[in-house]
Design a protein around this ligand. Structure first.
Ligand code: AMP
Ligand code: GLY
Length: 425
């Protein structure tokens, strides 16, 4: 089967690496791709509006859409309308990520545990509602904002300023509508499920580190590292998440005529009252995919095609290996602000000789040299019997890389490493 992968990040490099191992694969194309993805796929330059034509010309058997933007914009619908098999939800179903207000309303209808909230389309009404939420309060731009559309002010003045900023266009059109939420206290974890709209199978847990600085401090990023599994999500809690959050979501979407097909990525808050939904993503996580793929020994082409064909009910559910995986993101200096471009990267082979895998995100080739071309540049990924062992292996590989204009956190996985130490003690 010929497969076309859409995207250019570390997530897509991890997917390409795993897709390329499938015995079912005859040829992998990727667009736009990156130099890491090019190790496994032929890169093609196809504009979004030409994807359907390319899929038809090349007789593509499966299109895998990595990022949220094309999903929210309806790329999966266009391909399906043309009879092409696609892994990824329709635009109507991708609203679970594309509109926070849509998801909150669905939670209310389906009685899914989540933070209390109200939706607003003007600043005065939003400000007037603030006293009802207390402090801290959570203020979100409704639409896609690359993970940056959430503010958690500690004072009323900051909250009012955040509301003005969102309605004033600080997050572009994503802020035309604003959701105000109750603040939930607890530890966060991510849970992944594959669904074809009817059958749902769990596909692992992870915890990522969104803040740029050690000890989870500083501004939010797309994710500075992750590990899997997240043992804080015990089998009992996972069962609750499936039954109270994922199952009612998938059933309600189907009942309302918007069946969800693809991967559903639930951001969860583990509160004193049990797991609650923070948000959904309509795609695999980045860098969570890097650790999930490092634990998946199965045939990814067949699995994603089974999801796309609605055959999940007929297959043996996928399993992730018992081993732990941990990934450390190396970002370019300046990230999450303006990243330094063009810094030379060396030592990837040396790092991979340690047994780790270096997934590339914002990289490019310039005069035959690998250079930085984005915020998050590399995701250095290793496995081990425990998260602590995977952490040691990942940092040994990080230290083999020579990238003077990059930086990484040195404490990825710290919560789990502490928990593991506690279990042994
Ligand atoms: P989101 O983009 O919705 O995942 O939000 C980004 C981050 O904001 C989450 O990972 C949480 O750390 C935090 N967050 C979002 N909503 C809440 C909430 N209701 N209570 C506490 N923290 C939240
Ligand atoms: N790592 C967070 C995300 O993929 O949304």
């Amino acid at each position: 089967m010929k497969v076309l992968l859409i995207g250019s990040g570390g997530r897509e490099h991890a997917l390409a690496w795993k897709l390329a191992q499938s015995p079912r694969l005859s040829k992998l194309f990727a667009t736009p791709g990156n130099p890491g993805i090019a190790q496994h796929a032929e890169l093609v330059d196809v504009a979004p509006h030409n994807i359907v034509g390319f899929a038809r010309e090349e007789n593509i058997g499966l299109v895998v859409i990595g990022p949220e933007q094309p999903l929210v914009e309806g790329m999966a619908d266009e391909l399906r309308a043309d009879g092409v098999l696609v892994f990824g939800p329709s635009a109507a179903a991708a609203r679970l990520e594309g509109s926070k207000g849509f998801t909150k309303d669905l939670c209310r209808r389906a009685n899914i545990p989540t933070a209390d909230y109200e939706r607003f389309d003007d600043a005065a009404a939003a400000k007037a509602a603030l006293p009802r939420f207390g402090l801290p309060v959570v203020i979100k731009a409704d639409g896609l904002a690359a993970g940056k559309g959430v503010v958690i002010p500690m004072t009323a003045a900051e909250a009012e300023a955040a509301i003005d900023d969102m309605f004033g266009g600080g997050f572009g059109s994503a802020g035309a509508e604003v959701v105000i939420e109750e603040f939930m206290a607890g530890e966060e974890a991510s849970f992944f499920a594959l669904t074809d709209g009817k059958t749902i199978v769990p596909f692992g847990s992870a915890q990522d580190h969104k803040r740029v600085g050690g000890g989870d401090t500083g501004p939010n990023t797309g994710g500075m590292g992750a590990y899997s599994p997240a043992s804080i999500l015990t089998p009992e809690l996972e069962a609750q998440v499936m039954e109270r959050i994922i199952r009612p979501t998938v059933d309600t979407m189907a009942a309302e005529g918007n069946p969800y097909s693809g991967v559903l990525y639930a951001g969860l808050m583990l509160t004193a009252d049990g797991p609650k939904l923070i948000e959904y993503n309509c795609r695999f996580g980045d860098p969570e995919t890097q650790v999930l793929m490092a634990r998946f020994d199965g045939d990814l082409v067949t699995l994603l095609a089974d999801v796309a064909e609605g055959r999940l009910g007929e297959i043996t559910p996928p399993v992730l290996a018992d081993r732990a995986a941990l990934t450390v993101v190396i970002a370019a200096d300046g990230y999450p602000g303006t990243p330094a471009k063009g810094g030379v990267i060396a030592g990837i082979d040396r790092a991979e000789h340690t047994g780790a895998r270096v997934f590339q995100a914002g990289t490019a080739l310039a005069d035959g040299q690998l250079v930085a071309a984005g915020g998050r540049v590399l995701a250095v990924t290793a496995t081990g019997r425990t998260v602590a062992a995977a952490q040691i292996a990942a940092y040994a590989a990080v230290d083999a890389i020579d990238f003077p204009t990059g930086f990484c956190r040195r404490d990825i996985g710290w919560r789990e490493v502490e928990r593991e130490a506690g279990r042994v003690a």
